[in-house]
Design a protein around this ligand. Structure first.
Ligand code: NAD
Length: 278
């Protein structure tokens, strides 16, 4: 078993971003909009800000109260769309239940949509046109490339079908000529499906979802899950039992997480460039 080290790979990406930022006329500026008081979100928002600062990107967090209305939030986004000093906008998810996530995302200028969730960017991804690709699937592809893994003809299962991870990742892997199976909460016999796979990606959020008996000898396992168990962070994969059967595996922490942050930084720079080219 060999680790796919996200921490080391992310360092390289971040160093590249830092160099690129130095060459830009202005500092790219990310606005993070955080609504409510979700504690996990607070940690994510802070780590994004810190990461931005470490590569010379300016980051501002706008913390709005839990009872912010749909109209107020959309108005805030529209102001940020029009503000020439803001190049990228990230609305931290999850939003409080009374807010309509899809409508909120739709309000972001697609050129400033750093998470790549706007229908324009999701459509461009589908059509293989240049656009903003969500940071987690982008980061996973960068990790795969860093370890020179050729997906052509490989049987891949992507477990989880969110717009942020599972769906875009399956499209990216399909574009690399993998034979992609998508699994989700209604999939029957997941145990049987995974046994035959060359690559297993789990993006669900359930500790120990993937156990050793589900993994073929020599498979590659990519663990996207982030779960808090007894004060520690674990993935979806029962790492201790699964790792020995794999040819490559991503650890949690230190796998997909750092790649997500690094590719988010890359996306901020991409947004900046998109606006400057207009
Ligand atoms: P989500 O809740 O939007 O999606 C979860 C998906 O899992 C759904 O599509 C659902 O159908 C599927 N699912 C639920 N139970 C299942 C089961 N028993 N079997 C098969 N599929 C099942 O979540 P998300 O935003 O896609 O995130 C998924 C996980 O990845 C979470 O743990 C999240 O914290 C983590 N995550 C990690 C990173 C990172 O950088 N490492 C980034 C984004 C998300």
């Amino acid at each position: 078993m060999y680790l796919m080290d996200g921490k080391e790979t992310a360092k390289k990406v971040r160093a590249e971003v830092k160099e690129e930022v130095k060459l830009l006329q202005h500092k790219p500026h990310l606005l993070v909009i955080w609504v409510g008081n979700d504690l996990a979100s607070q940690t994510y928002v802070q780590s994004k800000e810190k990461a931005c600062n470490s590569v010379g990107i300016e980051a501002t967090t706008l913390h709005l109260s839990e009872d912010t209305s749909q109209r107020e939030l959309i108005q805030t986004i529209q102001e940020a769309n029009e503000n020439p000093h803001i190049h990228a906008i990230l609305v931290q998810m999850p939003l409080p239940n009374h807010l309509d996530e899809k409508e909120i995302i739709n309000a972001i200028d697609p050129r400033k949509d750093v998470d790549g969730l706007h229908p324009v960017n999701q459509g461009k991804l589908m059509l293989q046109m240049p656009g903003i690709i969500p940071a987690t699937p982008k980061g996973i592809m960068r990790l795969i490339d860093n370890y020179c893994i050729d997906l052509t003809g490989k049987k891949v299962i992507v477990i989880g079908r969110s717009m942020l991870v599972g769906k875009p990742l399956s499209i990216l892997m399909l574009q690399r000529s993998a034979t992609v199976t998508m699994a989700h909460s209604k999939t029957k016999n997941l145990h049987e499906l995974t046994k035959d796979m060359d690559v297993i990606v789990s993006a669900v959020g359930k500790p120990k979802l993937i156990t050793a008996d589900m993994v073929k000898e020599g498979a590659i396992v990519i663990d996207v899950g982030i779960n808090r168990v007894l004060g520690t962070i674990v993935g979806d994969v029962d790492y201790l039992s699964v790792a020995n059967k794999t040819s490559r595996i991503t650890p949690v922490p230190g796998g997909v997480g750092p790649m997500t942050i690094a590719c988010l930084l890359e996306n901020v720079v991409e947004c900046y460039k998109l606006l400057k080219n207009d």
